[in-house]
Ligand binder design. Structure first.
Ligand code: BES
Ligand code: ZN
Length: 630
């Protein structure tokens, strides 16, 4: 049994206690959360109230909630005013909101209400000026709560271990979307605004709460799906997603079980949105960098959709077990892509992921503490480590690789498949840790032969050892072409091939018919070669031969082309990267983009950041500041 293997590391009770909350969440069940918000675009403030329907599981005299940079004006327990204290701030967890002198017996349903307003320092919200939107005339608001920012939007038990149903009402002068199904719309009594009401009937954790408001319209992209975005971008967004969305949902349903959330919608945000996608229930938030006109970034939609099961129905109980959300989601995303386009495409995507993992682990090696805390699958976030600092591809790709390893060891997809609905069914509406996952694996595969196979997996290594896990054998059919071309280029540079010979040997046709992902693999392979800085002229010739790259609309491709130019010290393209950093807000590009600039011209990096920093999301801004040593 795995529990024997982990006897030293396994906590006494599962799920393991969440180190990233200050709340006393273990004392309660939250049955329902009722939240009312008013959006003030002029003051850039959300004001509101939240009411929790609570059931304490023991006799209770005090409640501690999470809060961060919130102004709290009133607290009521069972409709009576109660005193509260905001404790001094503890980085990065925030300020505990402490309510004492209450007296409630175990199992007695109670209500706790708080009135609050967000402040300028709120880390969950970004308020955009009209210039930061495509319409250029209206302001825009959006939230991003994962992992621990919900507490700066409303006081709560800000842990993925607590889930509740929600009713949400928002008063705004602009259309509103939230994580829930729209219920009604009515005119507000006061000032020409509208009250939008929503319901989320499936219990969700606080980090999945989300809101956006602005000049937002919608169009259908499938029988249960719409895309929401600004009017100017609507047609393009509809085109990007309408061919695949329903197909993805049906495929996921055939692998796991029925989609329970009724609608699956996508909100395409302005460029400042710091992630590729965020799986807010019923309304995935997505970066506009997905809208490339070639439908080549839809795997992000497959990923966010897959979260409807892994993450949103079945949730990691703390950010130390984040791989249960992301590793499982990458696994399902690749199963969806593989089911639709064929197994070689799953393998192709897995190879891209592996390269990413190798690069990430290499980078962590520069800092021993981070390497040890953040490259194992199960992370150590105790002693107030910031989950945002721990964020990397490790839980995604190491997590995927563990599941893929289990699948392969057990004898392939057919053998592994029945476990998928079993696991998701067992933990739906719940939160769990890695140990419960392992127990369930052993519980399901309980015949002697399977148990022997599971026992042969080196769990200690997979879960706790820093560095890379063993590299699996991937089917390289689709990538061989990309590897070959990259090898020919490195060979040509090493043998100092003349420019005219380069023009003879290489041709735009080499890459013309490639998918964006093939170009990604090509550039990732080229980037592994350590000496491009010595071959600047080669890179310039490369740019002339493959003249379509600088024109690419695909952010994954353009970023890698720019990176290749920085590695090759092509000075005239330093500014080009700097300019591009003014057009994207997605952290996946912004952070490495500044690090690349810093590696060749620290002043340009700092000047560029000064110029664009006000447009970046607060989390993105603070991480780049750290990266640049500001
Ligand atoms: N849930 C994540 C985004 C996230 C993680 C936000 C942690 C805040 C903290 C989302 O599902 C995600 O993984 N997005 C990826 C895209 C995906 C295809 C790998 C991204 O944003 O790049
Ligand atoms: Zn994800």
């Amino acid at each position: 049994m795995p529990s024997e293997i982990f006897s030293s590391k396994r906590p006494k009770t599962s799920p393991e206690c969440d180190p990233s909350t200050l709340s006393n969440y273990l004392d309660f069940i939250v049955k329902h959360t009722d939240i009312k918000l008013e959006v003030d675009f002029d003051a850039k403030v959300l004001t509101g109230s939240v009411t929790f329907t609570l059931i304490p599981n023991k006799d209770i005299n005090e409640i501690t909630l999470d809060s961060s940079y919130l102004s709290i004006t009133k607290a009521q327990f069972n409709d009576e005013n109660v005193e509260f204290i905001i404790k001094p701030r503890v980085e990065p967890l925030g300020s505990a909101l402490f309510i004492k002198s209450i007296d409630v017996k175990a199992n007695q349903q109670s209500s706790l209400s708080l009135e609050f307003a967000t402040t300028e320092k709120c880390t969950a919200l970004q308020w955009l000026a009209p210039e930061q939107t495509s319409g250029l005339k209206d302001p825009y608001l959006f939230s991003q709560c994962e992992p621990i920012h919900a507490r700066s939007l409303f006081p709560c038990f800000d842990t993925p271990a607590i889930k509740s149903t929600f009713s949400i009402s928002v008063d705004s002068i602009y259309p509103v979307v939230v994580t829930g199904l729209a219920e009604s719309k009515s005119e507000s009594a006061s000032k020409g605004s509208t009250i939008y009401k929503f319901n989320q009937k499936i219990p969700i954790p606080s980090y999945l709460f989300a809101i956006a408001s602005g000049d937002i319209t919608s169009a259908s992209i499938g029988p249960r799906s719409s895309v929401f975005t600004e009017p100017l971008d609507l047609k393009k967004c509809q085109y990007e997603f309408e061919a695949d969305t329903e197909n993805f949902i049906k495929t996921a349903e055939s692998i796991i079980f029925n989609y329970e959330w009724k609608e699956y919608n996508v909100l395409v945000l302005p460029p400042a949105f710091p992630y590729g996608g965020m799986e807010n229930p019923n309304i995935t938030f997505a970066t506009p960098t997905l809208i490339s006109g070639d439908r080549e970034n839809v795997d992000v939609i497959a990923h966010e959709l897959a979260h409807s099961w892994s993450g949103n129905l079945v949730t990691n109980s703390s950010w130390e077990h984040f791989w249960l959300n992301e590793g499982w989601t990458v696994y399902l995303e690749r199963r969806i892509i593989g089911a639709i386009h064929g197994e070689p495409y799953r393998q192709f995507s897995a190879i891209i992921g592996w390269t990413d993992l190798v690069q990430t682990v290499e980078k962590f090696k520069e800092n021993k503490t981070e390497y040890e805390a953040f490259t194992p699958l199960v992370k150590d976030l105790k002693d107030n480590k910031d989950p945002d600092d721990a964020f990397s591809t490790v839980p995604y790709e190491r997590g995927f690789n563990l599941l893929y390893h289990i699948e392969t060891k057990l004898g392939g997809k057919e053998k592994f498949d029945p476990f998928i609905p079993y696991y998701f069914n067992k933990f739906k509406y719940k939160s769990l840790d890695t140990y419960q996952f392992l127990d369930t694996l052993y519980e399901f595969f309980n015949d002697a032969e399977s148990k022997k196979i599971l026992d042969s997996i080196d769990w200690d290594l997979w879960l706790y050892e820093p560095g890379l896990p063993p590299k699996p054998d991937f089917d390289t059919t689709l990538v061989d072409e990309c590897y070959d071309l990259a090898a020919r280029w490195t060979k040509a540079t090493e043998s100092n091939t003349s420019t005219s010979d380069l023009f003879n040997e290489f041709n735009l046709k080499d890459i013309k018919s490639w998918t964006a992902n093939q170009s990604v693999v090509f550039f990732d392979t080229l980037a592994e070669y350590p000496s491009w800085s010595k071959y600047t002229e080669f890179v310039r010739t490369f740019n002339k031969i493959y003249s379509s790259y600088p024109e690419s609309n695909n952010a994954e491709v353009i970023f890698r082309w720019l990176r290749f130019n920085i590695l090759g010290h092509v000075t005239e393209n330093f500014q080009r990267l700097a300019d591009w950093l003014g057009t994207v807000g997605r952290m996946k590009f912004v952070r490495p983009g500044y690090l690349l600039l810093k590696s060749v011209d620290i002043n340009l990096a700092k000047e560029t950041f000064e110029k664009y920093k006000s447009g970046y999301h607060p989390i993105c801004r603070s991480l780049v500041e750290k990266d640049l040593g500001l």
